[in-house]
Design a protein around this ligand. Structure first.
Ligand SMILES: [Fe+2]
Length: 320
């Protein structure tokens, strides 16, 4: 069992780095870290050095990062995944530096989503210098696609300290790794990809102020404002450049008594199961996973090449 201590980051490839960075700062409101690396923009929302890295290159999500406790936990996770048949690659020092982590490993989940486990993600002490006052308090959760959310949950629950908080039929599985109702979600989708990246905001007023701001700036609103009955979060989904969906939300439920919580199942066809305010609903747009065929060996990183894969003899890669 691998213990995930938190979500760490999303790394996304963009064909137009300037446009994607401008949107992440001036529209979403994130802080742009001082550039230290050509073709990578690090965006900050909370104590983390960054939670979103935009990487010049083929358009599509590169990886989703999760923290483990320390280097020993990382080594144990690496060994456990390899024993289970996953091809696991340790990032190079340059790649780790680009992620602002001490070390990390990467592997594909059974559905083709690239996952990275990291140790010692850097924190920054000074307050975030938000580009715009969107009210962001933290990187809230990330959502991946898989063709079968039940199989996806089996993967996360078998390998990791991941527990389902609620089901939305066959459409979604909302998963917690700490008291927050979900830090990870899996939505039904034919291909691997990042369904959306969530930022928590401080008040309900921020959600509605942001909604008007986005409308004023001709941003495509995908869904909301509305309220999810599962997490009780008041949500607003909107579309950024290159098919990257952002979400603001406020008021996510916390599950403090873990043992007492009984996951519920909601039929997505029932009125109010996605938005209890009964507003129009639509599935957020997924940014596809960068495929090795289009990204060469760059799926691990920032443009620098990862170490060659060790021979895979004796290790069957999990089927997709
Ligand atoms: Fe969400």
């Amino acid at each position: 069992m691998i213990t995930l201590t938190d979500i760490a980051y999303v790394r996304s490839g963009v064909a137009d780095l300037d446009a994607a960075t401008q949107f992440a700062t001036e529209i979403v409101g994130l802080e742009l870290a001082a550039p230290t690396e050509e073709d990578v923009a690090h965006l900050r929302a909370d104590h983390r050095h960054h939670c979103l890295a935009l990487v010049q290159g083929p358009s599509g999500v590169i990886s989703s990062g999760f923290t483990v406790a320390d280097l020993d936990a990382l080594a144990a996770a690496e060994a456990e995944l390899e024993r289970a048949g996953f091809t696991v690659r340790r990032g190079s020092p340059e790649q780790a530096r680009s992620r602002r982590v001490r070390e990390f490993v990467g592997f594909d989940d059974p559905f083709g989503n690239r996952i990275e486990l990291v140790a010692q993600q850097e924190s920054i002490a000074r307050p975030v210098a938000f580009t715009r006052g969107a009210g962001i308090t933290e990187f809230g959760h990330l959502c991946l696609d898989a063709p079968d959310v039940h199989e996806a949950y089996r993967f996360w629950n078998t390998r990791f300290n991941a527990r389902v908080s609620d089901w939305i039929g066959d459409a979604a599985c909302l998963i917690r790794i700490d008291p927050v109702h979900h830090k990870l979600a899996v939505f039904k989708g034919d291909e691997p990809g990042l369904c959306h990246m969530n930022f928590q905001v401080e008040t309900i007023d921020d959600v509605f102020r942001n909604w008007h701001f986005l409308l004023d700036h001709d941003v495509v609103i995908e869904m909301g404002p509305g309220r999810h009955p599962q997490s009780t979060a008041i949500f607003l989904y909107f579309l950024g450049p290159e098919g990257f969906t952002y979400e603001y939300s406020f008021g996510v439920r916390r599950i403090e008594d873990d043992a007492a919580w009984v996951p519920r199942t909601f039929d997505p066809g029932e009125l109010g199961s996605i938005d209890m305010w009964l507003g129009p609903t639509s599935r957020p747009i997924t940014q596809p996973q960068v495929r090795p065929a289009t990204a060469g060996t760059g799926t691990m990183g920032s443009g620098s090449r990862p170490a060659p894969a060790p021979p895979a003899a004796g290790r069957a890669r999990p089927g997709r």
